[in-house]
Design a protein around this ligand. Sequence first.
Ligand SMILES: [Zn+2]
Length: 215
Amino acid sequence: MIGFERDFQPHPPGGLAMLRARMRDAFVMLVAGRWPKPSPPAQASPLDDRMMQRALELARASAAQGEVPVGAVVYRLSTGEILGESGNTRERDNDPAGHAELLAIRTAAKHIGDFRLHECGLAVTLEPCAMCAGAIVNARLQRVVFGAWDAKAGFAGSLGNLLDHHRLNHRVPPIASVRGDECATLLKDFFRDLRTREKQHRKDAKSTKKGKDQD
Ligand SMILES: [Zn+2]
């Protein structure tokens, strides 16, 4: 169904127009009792947990291929059927949009032949970034669970919350920290190993240069 109550304008609203629009929004929300309240905390279900375990397997497989270890699964909430899953593929495909959850969403939408994933959940090992949070809202996912928080890029609570924004027409308050320790440890270990390898690489390059200079 296409939403008809959209407001498209050719120019950005000016200062006064913007202020007027904000005041109108606030008034309407106050009168209608729709003042944005924080969503009630939700609990992960056993199905969410099982899906997060699968997402962790995908994240580990990504790490083995030199990708940042993030995994994601889109599943049917009524049956637990996996409709799409992926790890990160940014390095392999040289694709800035190669994030696990974006790829899992695309696969699931193709699989069911509809971009609206109303009856689906998403489990992802890392808090979604702005791009993926945008894709989640556009896919109308009904449920989102994530593992580790991403203080520098997360848009499901860290830098902002696109998943639960009161001015967007679809909201999906995320359930955070599901197997959070496992997900965070996987990422920390990956980056620690990467730093160690880089350090060793620099050391080796230095000693090779020294050896050549002495020849
Ligand atoms: Zn992302």
